[in-house]
Design a protein around this ligand. Sequence first.
Ligand SMILES: [Zn+2]
Length: 160
Amino acid sequence: MTIEEVKARGYNLDIKNPHTVADDYGDPEELLTRLDEAEKEADSLRDQLKAILRDALVGSPDVELIDAFMRTRETGEGTVLEVAVVEWHGPHEPGLRWEEYQSWIGTPNDGEVKTAQLRALADPEFFMQCGRCGERCNVGNMHDNTICQGCAERYLGVVH
Ligand SMILES: [Zn+2]
């Protein structure tokens, strides 16, 4: 409302707000249509966000770790995420010891699997970050708790 309008009404400010809730929202039919549209927009935003997250992960070293050291397996009752620890049967004979990390009844959705994978990546029982190169490695590829085998060979002169 402009000051002219207030003047025209004799400075009576006790006027019903023209933008009441009922005026703004209109009839229920239209409300439902708008709700539908809002939901479609939210779906599309969710899809875009998923794509962005996927792109952010692709090409990151963590994706390689997930590919190399994690697998999901169907069991009788559901699905199991297994995570592997690199074991050395000889200096140049690595093997993988698979351990059950999480299980679901039925089939987990992508988000549930991704969440479990990220949790496993952060689990020092399976993966550790090298203090020298900063890369996350399988514990079996660590020289000790602080440095990876590659860095130990390169910088400490360790021969594996
Ligand atoms: Zn390193």
